[in-house]
Design a binder for this molecule. Sequence first.
Ligand code: G3I
Length: 300
Amino acid sequence: ESTLGAAAAQSGRYFGTAIAASRLSNSQYSTIAAREFNMITAENEMKPDALQPSRGQFNFSSGDQIYNWATQRGLQVRGHTLAWHAQQPGWMQSLSGSALRQAMIDHINGVMAHYQGKIRAWDVVNEAFNEDGSRRSSNLQGTGNDWIEVAFRTARAADPAVKLCYNDYNIENWSYGKTQGVYNMIRDFKSRGVPIDCVGLQTHFTGGSSLPSNFQTTLSNFAALGVDVALTEVDVTNSSTTQYAGLTQACLNVPRCIGITVWGVRDSDSWRANENPLLFDGNGNKKAAYTSVLNALNAA
Ligand code: G3I
């Protein structure tokens, strides 16, 4: 196959990208995105500050712009993200305790009702752990340690058909504290029947030329808990071809690794633009890393 999405589909997987609504009018950007990818994540437009700028007043215009652009082209959509310490609207940032807990529940219900039946998977909770595996302190954490499971239970009740994911960065290295913290939470959720279907490993790789230690083991161990895994926000310093090929192969080697999403289209679109971390250069040309990923997908 000659595109990332079609090549990934040969093994039942998807290959996605993050999309910014403001860039869709750029024809080079939208042409590459629609041609190469078959899963779309809104880079910012489905986050709490975008969707509920004033309490009780939802604004789905930018999120829907991305949703409609994608689905009109036959592309699926991942939802990102329902509960997060960052990119909260101002009114939510100033809440705490039971008022914030209720606001989180109301936000999940409002957003999931709007997108009911339309989204492949939601990142229900994003980035809730510290590097050492303890819980990150935030206004949400301050509402009680059970805020994450409440978010997942609320999400399941709001749309029983959509897959529910926990998403984080620096959980790729199996022997890292944060990886263990997230793993223990998923194991606990599974043992107590808290609804969770998937783990998103953001896979923002910085520096280095080899994969974090035991990357594939991490994917397998999460999967063995009975959840799907996905690489949700991939970018790699200077697009190391070894790392790009390796992370692709690791996903292909794990049956429950269901897909890979890169965090932007061209290097110039990236939040780390000065590190040239994506698969297309600023002129829209395919980079060596693109070829290494495509070849790995086609060899599977
Ligand atoms: O839209 C405003 C614009 O009006 C204003 O002029 C400009 C001035 O700075 O800011 C624009 O908003 C920025 C927004 O991106 C859109 O470009 C925000 O300041 C900026 O903070 C925001 O950054 C996003 C970041 O999340 C915020 O946390 C990045 O685009 C986005 O790539 C990044 O994505 C996160 C994932 O959601 C979670 N994992 C890590 C990943 C990378 O940080």
